[in-house]
Design a protein around this ligand. Structure first.
Ligand SMILES: [Ca+2]
Ligand SMILES: [Ca+2]
Length: 200
């Protein structure tokens, strides 16, 4: 008889498939062959692997919007996603980073100088990625004008993903060590709609 046995509780084995069911321990699998009329007995072989906290990968997507002509400013959603859900909500802290587009704390003019609303600069900003959710969005505001110009862009940058503390979102919270910011920056392109499109 040959077989696979387990010497720890962080993993299970079914047939020849090993599944990780726990964290923070060693998964040790023993391969054994007791021997029968066809096969000689073999010395059991143990194989151990350390099982650590599985990583959660977070990415922010690029997005964009046509600048528009008013009267309202345009809200743009930058999607963010994780590769697997968590059982408790995560707090995603972010800010906007200008250049070449120009951000302002409060849009007061539509003259082509004020391109979007700054977020997370004068005061920390976050969005909540709910428990069991794998996607969320960061909303930013793009200003309009009637200036003929190039397309511009700014970035939405996630600085930290943290767990809530007693239901509160604290800017001082530490980065959640399970979460890796694989793509922390999403570009938001502002497409100019004042430049005449060449006609053939
Ligand atoms: Ca503009
Ligand atoms: Ca324009």
């Amino acid at each position: 008889m040959e077989g696979w046995g387990l010497l720890s509780s962080v993993c299970t084995v079914l047939g020849t498939t090993v599944s990780i069911v726990g964290i923070g321990g060693m998964c040790t699998i023993r391969a054994s062959q007791a021997g029968d009329s066809s096969f000689h007995a073999a010395t059991p072989v143990d194989q151990s692997s350390s099982v650590v906290y599985p990583v959660i990968v977070l990415r922010v997507a690029d997005s964009g919007a046509t600048e528009g002509s008013g009267p309202g400013v345009t809200t743009v959603a930058s999607m963010l996603g994780v590769d697997r859900p968590t059982s408790a909500a995560l707090c995603v802290w972010y800010s906007t980073v200008g250049v070449p587009a120009t951000g302002v704390d409060k849009i007061a003019a539509h003259d082509g100088v004020q391109d979007f609303t700054n977020l997370g600069i004068s005061k920390p900003k976050f969005v909540i990625l709910g428990a069991t959710r794998t996607s969320g969005k960061i909303s930013t505001k793009v200003n309009y004008d009637s200036v003929i110009e190039e397309d511009e862009y700014f970035n939405v940058v996630v600085s930290k993903v943290a767990a809530q503390v007693s239901g509160k979102r604290l800017a001082s919270s530490a980065q959640d060590s399970r979460v890796v910011l694989v793509r922390d920056t999403g570009r938001v392109t502002i497409f100019d709609d004042d430049t005449p499109v060449p006609q053939n």
